[in-house]
Design a protein around this ligand. Sequence first.
Ligand SMILES: [Zn+2]
Length: 89
Amino acid sequence: MNSCPFCQRDLEEKMAVCPSCKAIKGYLKVSDFILGKDLLIFFGLIVPCMIIFFAISARNLFGLYLSIIMILPILFAILRLILGKKWMK
Ligand SMILES: [Zn+2]
């Protein structure tokens, strides 16, 4: 049994939303939207990989810089997936 970090209500392990304060268990918060695992993989891994693929195929300096920058969201997404879900509001 764990409890909500915002309202201290006891929660079951499988619960993804706190019934009292509506806190959400997820991987990443983007403005008011909380990403689940599939969206984190999509925006954190698939989209940057596609950008890197197209940037590399451009074969210029800008493409090289863009590829290097796009490694950051991939590393961040992998780190978030390793650390697991956390409660967010
Ligand atoms: Zn709560």
